[in-house]
Design a protein around this ligand. Structure first.
Ligand SMILES: Nc1ncnc2c1ncn2[C@@H]1O[C@H](COP(=O)(O)OP(=O)(O)OP(=O)(O)O)[C@@H](O)[C@H]1O
Ligand SMILES: [Mg+2]
Length: 269
């Protein structure tokens, strides 16, 4: 006769196994999963994730955007989403805007216990529940906006979410690239793919070339520059859909990412 503790432990193992199986089934329907990541905050991860997602969608792909930035989940703000996702039979049906299906931690922020839920090992559990419950249907691409840095939370997410590769966002400045180097090393330590480096804020103000140097030094593909532009101040629409030059930059970025995915042997739509 098993003791109550043994029974409880067995139940726990069973639940974890069922959860893992359900997550695998969910993610199996997604052809390519791309993480957008950086060494430090404010370099433009959310901007890249959102504009990359809408660009891929405008090319005719089915695209999802998952915001797992625990501290600042602001994808919904940039996408202009006010609707919460639907819940049907305990499943999350993603909100949709600009042709992209969106799920964000921000949808769950109103709960009183949010500060407790999003700390330490619970992050792992919360993300798993998130992945388990979301019904993305078939997707060509899932773009994931990650929290910055090499702390516990991006690490937890990288371990829990099987990604095909990461786009590292850096800036033209050298100091930021030191942080970017650290994050490239972290991705490699986890035996995951670095799809390449994209330099954001390129132009007269901050200069250019830091991203290219970083890519060379770390031996990863350079995916292109994104200029510092006032067009990003208009928040009525993702900038790639609003401004021709930005649209072209993101088309070039999407092509560079697809090329890199192919080189890593990943399935690109
Ligand atoms: N190329 C650009 N030109 C002008 N403004 C930009 C550019 N890229 C991003 N921004 C602006 O810079 C701010 C920070 O960008 P964003 O929120 O994408 O950074 P982040 O890396 O996601 O930040 P966090 O680490 O806080 O999540 C935003 O207001 C965004 O509109
Ligand atoms: Mg962000």
């Amino acid at each position: 006769m098993p003791t109550p503790q043994e029974t409880a432990r067995l139940e726990q193992i069973k639940r974890t196994w069922q959860q893992k199986r359900q997550i695998t089934e969910r993610l199996d329907k997604i052809k390519t999963k791309i993480g957008v990541y950086s060494g430090k905050g404010g370099v433009g991860k959310t901007t890249v994730a959102v504009n990359l997602a809408v660009t891929l969608a405008a090319q005719g792909n089915t695209v999802g955007l998952l915001d797992v930035d625990i501290d600042c989940p602001n994808v919904t703000k940039v996408m202009g989403i006010t609707d919460k996702p639907d819940y049907v039979d305990n499943q999350i049906i993603p909100s949709e805007k600009w042709g992209v299906k969106v799920v964000s931690m921000a949808f769950f922020q109103e709960k009183e216990d949010e500060a407790i839920i999003w700390r330490g090992p619970m992050i792992h559990n919360a993300i798993n529940q998130f992945l388990q419950a979301t019904d993305w249907q078939e997707l060509d691409y899932l773009v994931v906006d990650l929290p910055p840095g090499t702390s516990d939370s991006p690490l937890t997410i990288m371990q829990g979410l099987p990604m095909d590769g990461f786009v590292v966002v850096s800036t033209p400045q050298d100091l930021a690239n030191l942080d970017a180097k650290r994050c490239i090393n972290m991705i490699r330590k986890l035996n995951l793919n670095v799809l390449g480096v994209v330099e954001n804020y390129t132009g007269e103000v901050f200069g250019h070339g830091g991203g290219k140097n970083l890519a060379k030094e770390t031996d990863v593909p350079f995916l292109g520059d994104l200029a510092l532009r006032s067009a990003y101040r208009d928040s009525s629409k993702p900038t790639a859909l609003l401004d021709k030059s930005v649209g072209e930059e993101f088309t070039a970025l999407s092509e560079a990412i697809k090329k890199s995915l192919k080189e890593f042997g990943c399935q690109a739509a």
